[in-house]
Design a binder for this molecule. Sequence first.
Ligand code: NOJ
Length: 759
Amino acid sequence: MKRISFLLLCLTIACFAVAQTSPSPKMKAFIDNLMSKMTLEEKIGQLNLVTPGSDIPTGSVVSKGVEDNIRKGNVGGMFGVIGVEKIKNAQTLAVKESRLHIPLFFGSDVIHGYKTTFPIPLALSCSWDMNLIEKSARVAGTEAASDGLCWVFSPMVDIARDPRWGRIAEGGGEDAYLGSQIAKAMVNGYQNHNQFTNAAVMACVKHFALYGAAEAGRDYNTVDMSKVRMYNEYLPPYKAAVDAGTASVMSSFNEIDGIPATANQWLLTDLLRKQWGFNGFVVSDYTAVNEMIAHGMGDLQTVSALALKAGLDMDMVGEGFLTTLKKSLREGKIRQQDIDMACRRILEAKYKLGLFENPFKYLDENRAAKEVLSADKKAVAKELAEHSFVLLKNAQQTLPLQQKGTIALIGPLANDKRNMLGTWSVSGNSEYAIPVMEGIKNLVGDKVNIVYAKGANISDDPAFIKKVNVFGEEITVDQKSPEALVKEAVDAANKADVVVAVIGEAADMSGESASRSDISLPHSQQKLVEALAKTGKPLVLVVMAGRPLTIGKEVEQASSVLYTWHAGQEAGNAIADVLFGNYNPSGKLSITFPKSVGQIPIYYNHKNTGRPYNGEVFSKFKSNYLDISNQPLFPFGYGLSYTHFSYSKVELSSSVVKPNEKLQVKVMVTNNGNYDGEEVVQLYTRDMVGSITRPVKELKGFQKIFIKKGESKEVVFTLTANDLKFYNNNLKYIFEPGAFKVFVGPDSDTTNEADCTFQ
Ligand code: NOJ
């Protein structure tokens, strides 16, 4: 009996698995049969993804006549339809009123949580905690699935090294290794390790590819880079998502080698399918097919044909496929098999999800009522937020705060609900967000006397405010004058033992189409911080933002700086916990903080150049600036704790590593401060000589460990030749024997190193 149920279990798992394996004969037979009954129009209909636009669109176009199109079999899937009832209506139309009863799939931008809103992805990446990151995707996916969705447009894994680019907020930072771990964790979380129960959703890795390398940090701008850089530094996270079995991939808006990604055959077919073995489907970004007209690739018929032939399966919103593919087929511009192949991939995705078996699999109102915004999800939101914060400075141990005396709580974001969720929280509701004021009160009750003053508007620039406030009033302008606001804040500070100023960006100062050329704190807030610093009171800055800000001056002026990013709906409770020491911060930067915009792009794994410079003093004929040092404000991997960790010298198991041997890398990490805490121990290597120039450091491993105060832990990493491979000038993934440096430390600046040779 036991044996039979075990076999059944294995069978079920095998049926649900959608990893990049070849299609099952049963699925093939089912789809062959279905496709034999489909008209050309119905096949093209499956390639059409529509949004009725009742929620936030991300382009200027929304789909029209959706209901009628569903009946006619002109729709393959929908997004932007929220809630079981509405989704059920649309699904009923498809399966009851369309000729072949083919179910639709329903997607959404679940970027950092669904209705329960988590910290923005860039924040989450600073946790360096893959279990937590997987959990975030699992919980968000479960919540979305319980509300009728089966597809999420996430994870966004675009490597970004330019904080002017607003969408840096949506990704996992600058590093390919860390980014790959995150991509894998997210896909596994959403897709429940490819077991598509009704609590699992299809992931959609995006934006394929290189979207984060837009020139000048301006959204949608041109990308141009060498293949060597692409393969070594930008492509690995997408590949990691494919290897983890992502069901779908979204093409990006940018061009690659002069051809928009959405019609780039090298990208969508040669690389993605032939080299990487991807067997899911590719969807365009929002109207990206149509946008190729503006790119200068031809009219709608031409660009639609180009996209299909390149390997794009589904057209998001633009209806270029729907309206032109038939004509292109007639004129011999595309082949029947191009349409068949794309249609088959969409049907396969529906089959793998189990929608043919039960189109209403995800549509249970009772489940939604229990799962959406449930208390356990709120607890996860808080846990994720606490682990994402990065303590950038803590002079004189100003933090954690004591639960006594008077705190001046200042700043335009101190008592603000609207901006807590951060950019791109489509289904989140800021009414549920906890501002810092409320969070502190929840924690300390009346043990602490709190005096509050807004102190400044987020910005005082009317033209800027208007652009940021497109989705509503995120930046509100106080009736009081800027001077009066600052005066109130200074008065409050003078009455207090310590000042906590909550400052930074409004939610939509980062995100899509929110690039900034100046990434400093807005002037209104700079003035506020300056005035507060002058009071001489200990000054704690809590900085909320969707990107690294150039806040060198403010960091100097403050005693402590806690960078919380946009922390999601539990922001206030999580921030209170960290400020008062209930949770000891453990976040580490997944992105370098520049001192000035002029240093961008700035990233830790740069090349040495022929004229390297390593210091603070200008050196003629070296690679440096006349007006600033090369050093960042804070390096990749950096982040403090309330306790202190010391590292023993790196110890290697051998200085010469023979072929097929493993190198053990050991350090002892000691918590010699006053608090228990977590540390992210980071392993970097440097390849001293290569057939192509190699970075000065590359992250090769990390472990997040908990150490009680006064205790030590030995941390061991294993390195093999495989970990040291890279793509050479012929794009071969190879290992080159030779001398390496191995570093282990608390951030990418570490000099704790040992030398070895890999034979
Ligand atoms: C455009 C964005 O680039 C993409 O990330 C998003 O998934 C789509 N719009 C759909 O909303």
